[in-house]
Ligand binder design. Sequence first.
Ligand SMILES: C[S@@+](CC[C@H](N)C(=O)[O-])C[C@H]1O[C@@H](n2cnc3c(N)ncnc32)[C@H](O)[C@@H]1O
Length: 208
Amino acid sequence: MELILKYFPNLTDTQIAQFSALEELYKDWNTKINVISRKDIDELYLKHVLHSLGIAKIIEFSNGTSILDVGTGGGFPGVPLAILFPNCQFHLVDSVMKKLKVVNAVCEDIGLTNVTTTHTRVEAIDKTYDFIVSRAVTAMPEFTTWVKGKVSKKQNNALKNGILYLKGGDLTDELKVYTTVKAFLLSDIFEEPFFQTKKVIHLPLKYK
Ligand SMILES: C[S@@+](CC[C@H](N)C(=O)[O-])C[C@H]1O[C@@H](n2cnc3c(N)ncnc32)[C@H](O)[C@@H]1O
């Protein structure tokens, strides 16, 4: 938890209590439903919570922003972002119901009221959002076809509406077809070696 405070020192007492509660909750749920790899669970705050919050170092979502988290799994990056931005609305979707069972239980336990979840493939969602966030779900070409038509026209934030994807490694090939894409290096923000190759990819998307 010190790690979160190191980079987000202005959390409210509620946010501190919510972030602090995640460790025990995920450790407990993970013994019943595997949402975090066993080798990563001891590094929950580094590899899952802080990594998710990397998006918040790129954009401070304005109040009322709507965000879709595609393939949220156990709630990443959606849950940490929803704690940090209590005045934004988060919709977390996954095609595997049991993962959402963990997300729903965690959200209920910590009193997170700005999160809704839906058990579905994202392709079936017929709504629009300001931003679509994701991590470790699929390569960008497939991802953009899945979320086509799901970005709203009205701009409410400093960054253009579109995709914010947490990715690592060399993305030159994967992203070369996108002229408007921008990669923000998390190693410029977080000093821990884990972030050395990690990036937040911003891809503005045309609205419906
Ligand atoms: C590797 S996990 C990543 C989970 C989480 N985003 C994270 O980083 O911890 C990928 C998740 O995407 C979900 N998924 C894959 N394709 C999907 C689709 N078309 N629609 C919704 N969820 C999908 C899977 O069920 C799985 O939970």
